[in-house]
Ligand binder design. Structure first.
Ligand SMILES: O=C(O)C1=C[C@@H](OP(=O)(O)O)[C@@H](O)[C@H](O)C1
Ligand SMILES: C=C(OP(=O)(O)O)C(=O)O
Length: 460
């Protein structure tokens, strides 16, 4: 692309990933968790009384969730300060959303975008509406698995019209209530099937009993998050982990409490920043890292340590420090699949081979993440091969090039991590980070002490 003067100009769709001139040394405050925010919105909407979310994530996925619940009749008031909330939270300043539940209504139309949490958590909610709720979304949402939720809802008494059988778009014909009861699903393609049924289960006449039958269930921490948030809202939940049958979860019918939820920082979105410490031999602190959490991102402490860094959790938050050396790992990421793109980027810069296992289901995430990572890292000169359930990454010197992102926020942040160490990486559609981390470019430049207008080390 050239101006009329013939001078080359930057393509605005290609973000010049800043090269780290020095080891990073920064504190990065990471916005709220997508997974906590969207569960809290659903649970608050199903509760018997109003509730609050403090420091919710404001991103495409969470705004889609809020707007979907609003179209079904829930009131969500957004305020800038916590002063109106007469409750015990200690979130301090920041945004507060007040959720006022109401009888759920149809007809309504829900745009799920490409948010797994919206497309899976809301059809069960829609069975409680008093009319039809239509679900549609981005083209990719049509390809993401939904059969577990649709088949289960039918088995539990709902009427669902899915022209494409087991996929979006679809209509849930809400009848004001759902019988509920016991159901078997194969959730090996997404833990969100289980979470979806449990989240609404307390509002079904007979509650719900979900039995997973099939291959390995991924992302167990996310199911634990669902269980713990349900319990905090007053639901009785029986799980395999408290002596119940393997792969069976049960939610007893009952009213849910309105809560005052302080949303934790999104630990999976902390990943690129912590990875920056590792690949530049620097140091990054993420404040407010919870001492106890069900978030998958907490596994980063161990993973980044195994890759050559050191991570310390203290009153300042989590600080990860790079040693100047990045080690390859052989690791099963099945429990924490959403961390895979960022780990793959670090692994491509390591001093030895890595094997990332247990993540075959990533082929049906925002994009086919295994194919996309192999393609894009190899496009920069890397040596990545897809295995049956993951990636084999052999580090090689990388070179400048365009890193395509396939509308996947985690591909975009992975490209930024590579750009720290490889001169001339341009990330296509950095704005796609807005799915869960809208201010990513500003946060990234802030961490590096550069500015988007004249980033040191960046090339237009
Ligand atoms: O329930 C959740 O909030 C999530 C569960 C996981 O989904 P899968 O089990 O489909 O991987 C995870 O990857 C996703 O980012 C968020
Ligand atoms: C898989 C992810 O998202 P979703 O909630 O859309 O499934 C993710 O954020 O990595």
């Amino acid at each position: 692309m050239t101006e009329t003067t013939g001078r080359p100009v930057a393509d605005p769709a290609l973000w010049p990933a800043p090269l780290a001139a020095d080891p990073v040394d920064a504190t990065v405050t990471v916005p709220g968790s997508k997974s906590v925010t969207n569960r809290a919105l659903v649970l608050a909407s199903l509760a018997a009384e109003p509730g609050w979310l403090r420091r919710p994530l404001r991103s495409r996925d969470t705004l889609l969730m809020a707007s979907a619940l609003r179209t079904m009749g829930v009131e969500i008031e957004e305020t800038a300060s916590s002063s109106t909330a007469p409750v015990s939270g200690t979130a301090g300043s920041g945004e507060v959303w007040r959720v006022i539940p109401a009888g759920l209504h149809g007809p309504a139309t829900v745009d799920v975008g490409n948010a797994g949490t919206v497309m899976r958590f809301l059809p069960p909610v829609a069975t409680l509406a008093d009319g039809p709720v239509r679900f549609d979304g981005d083209p990719r949402s049509y390809e993401r698995p939904l059969h577990g939720v649709i088949d289960a809802l039918r088995a539990l008494g709902a009427r669902v019209d899915d022209d494409r059988r087991g996929a979006l778009p679809l209509t849930v014909h809400g009848a004001g209530s759902l019988e509920g009861g016991a159901v078997e699903i194969d959730a090996s393609s997404s833990s969100q099937f289980v979470s979806a049924l449990l989240l609404s289960g307390a509002r079904f006449n007979q509650g719900v009993e979900v039995r997973h039958v099939g291959g390995r269930l991924p992302s167990m921490p996310h199911i634990r998050m669902t269980v713990e948030m349900l319990r905090a809202a007053g639901a009785r939940v029986d799980t395999p982990e408290d002596g119940g049958e393997a792969d069976v979860w049960r939610v007893t019918p009952g009213a849910l409490l309105g809560r005052d939820v302080v949303v934790e920082p999104d630990l999976s979105n902390a990943q690129p920043f912590l990875a920056a410490a590792l690949v530049t031999g620097g140091r990054v602190t993420v404040p407010d890292w919870p001492r106890y959490t069900t978030q998958a991102g907490d596994a980063l402490r161990d993973i980044l340590t195994a890759m050559g860094g050191s991570c310390e959790l203290d009153e300042h938050g989590l600080t990860c420090t790079g040693s100047g050396r990045v080690r390859g790992v052989d690791i099963d990421l099945g429990e924490v699949g959403e961390l895979t793109p960022g780990i793959a980027a670090v692994a491509a810069l390591a001093d030895g081979e890595s094997v990332l296992r247990g993540v075959a289901h990533l082929r049906l995430h925002e994009t086919d993440r295994l194919a996309a990572l192999a393609q894009e890292i190899n496009g920069l000169g890397g040596d990545v091969t897809e295995t049956e359930d993951g990636l084999r990454i052999r580090p090689r010197p990388l070179h400048a090039g365009v890193f395509h992102t396939y509308d996947d926020h985690r591909l975009a942040t992975a490209g930024a991590v590579l750009g720290l160490a490889v001169d001339g990486v341009r990330v296509e559609n950095i704005a796609t980070t807005g799915k869960t981390l809208p201010d990513f470019p500003e946060l990234w430049h802030g961490m590096l002490g550069t500015s988007a207008a004249s980033p040191a080390g960046a090339r237009a």
